[in-house]
Design a protein around this ligand. Structure first.
Ligand code: ATP
Ligand code: MG
Length: 353
């Protein structure tokens, strides 16, 4: 059936801050390519404000203010509202009804095993005070993904456990209540460095909550400052010393951002990144030269995004119009799924006559 072949995307971000280059290489850049590929019949990008509130309950202004910031970042990167629905999670009550029913299909111990949630609990110092909403957010993510019948979920590596949890819920639901929900596939970034881009401090993951980000809207001099003070190889003291690439954040960023044509433009001493890496490992190549290349590459990539953002910032009511339209279209899709779910669960009492 052609309906089975239909390809649908759902992905999203928490409005806890402006988006950073980790989002860009981990998901955003790919979303724009997929959007423009014409392969997908529907695309939903969700601003997950209800999820952001699970660990920001006492800070509603932060979540509210960042909705428009995230939407501006989307549009500046090339998300096109005529092809993609941008939606606000909290405005779609169907998602919370689905979450509630899926909760019956997941055990507490299964949630406790989720490695991403585990490390987030540690990071937020929630060990003895985990909000129930935060603990259960993987279930709410399963509701988000299935509500839109998503077949494809382009996200960073930290989302793998969420996708596994979603697939388990889908299988369990379909086994218990009959074939109803669509089984989604994760789509991870193609380059290893982009799976989980480290922070400028060299920490495991660039994250809004850790303050180790280069933001997409960052001013040019800020980008330069952040790049120049980045973590490299602590053993690479003199230019002549051999350098290490493992754990060297500057090279990880180059892996994620650099293309061969950047060398012609910014660093013609080398043909490509492999040649530069070899020289670094041998010794004789200073960190400053590598950082200068990274700065040039990031400046070239981020300048057009920043300029488009400035244009969009002039008309904020338009941004809310885009969000409203996207949310309305998304709610219609979610309502259809909820109706299927209630029917499968035999709680469609008033539709039987
Ligand atoms: P928070 O600190 O509030 O959790 P975050 O920076 O982790 O924010 P999210 O909104 O949780 O960002 O993540 C949105 C999307 O971006 C997800 O698909 C996630 O996998 C991806 N992503 C976030 N950070 C990175 C990163 N450093 N590298 C690659 N992908 C990332
Ligand atoms: Mg996160």
């Amino acid at each position: 059936m052609s309906e089975e072949k239909e390809k649908i995307i759902l992905t999203g971000d928490r409005p806890t801050g402006r988006l950073h280059v980790g989002h860009y290489v981990g998901s955003l850049r790919r979303r724009v390519q997929l959007q423009d590929s014409g392969e997908f019949s529907k695309i939903f990008i969700m601003i997950a404000d209800a999820q952001a509130l699970t660990d920001n309950a006492e800070n509603p202004e932060k979540v509210r203010d960042n909705i428009v910031e995230v939407a501006l970042d989307y549009l500046s990167c090339g998300i096109d509202p005529s092809k993609t629905n941008i939606l606000i999670q909290s405005q779609i009550p169907e998602l919370f009804e689905l979450t509630c029913y899926y909760m019956n299909l997941v055990t507490v111990s299964r949630l406790q095993r989720n490695p991403t949630v585990k490390s987030e609990i540690q990071m937020r110092k929630f060990e003895n005070s985990i909000p129930v909403g935060f603990f259960t957010y993987p279930i709410s993510q399963a509701a988000d993904i299935t509500a839109f019948k998503a077949t494809t979920v382009p996200v960073g590596e930290d989302q793998l456990p969420m996708l596994e949890q979603t697939k388990e819920i889908v299988h369990k639901f379909n086994t218990v209540y009959g074939e109803t929900l669509v089984d989604p596939d994760i789509l991870l970034p193609e380059t290893k460095a982009a799976l989980r881009l480290p922070g400028t401090d060299g920490k495991a993951k660039m994250s809004k909550s850790l303050g180790n980000c280069i933001y997409l809207s960052e001013e040019s001099d800020e980008i330069q400052k952040k790049v120049m003070s980045m973590f490299t190889d602590p053993g690479h003291l003199k230019v002549t010393d051999p350098g290490k690439l493992e754990g060297n954040t500057v090279f990880t960023y180059l892996d994620a951002f650099c293309r061969d044509e950047h060398f012609e433009e910014f660093c013609p001493d080398y043909k490509n990144l492999d040649e530069m890496k070899e020289h670094y490992k041998r010794g004789g190549l200073g960190d400053v030269k590598v950082k200068k290349l990274l700065n040039n590459v990031l400046q070239a990539e981020l300048e057009p995004i920043r300029n488009r953002r400035r244009e969009y910032e002039k008309d904020i009511p338009y941004i809310y119009e885009v969000l409203k339209k996207g949310t309305e279209a998304a709610e219609a899709a979610a309502a259809e799924t909820l109706s299927d779910v209630k029917k499968a669960m035999k709680i469609d009492y008033f539709e039987q006559f």
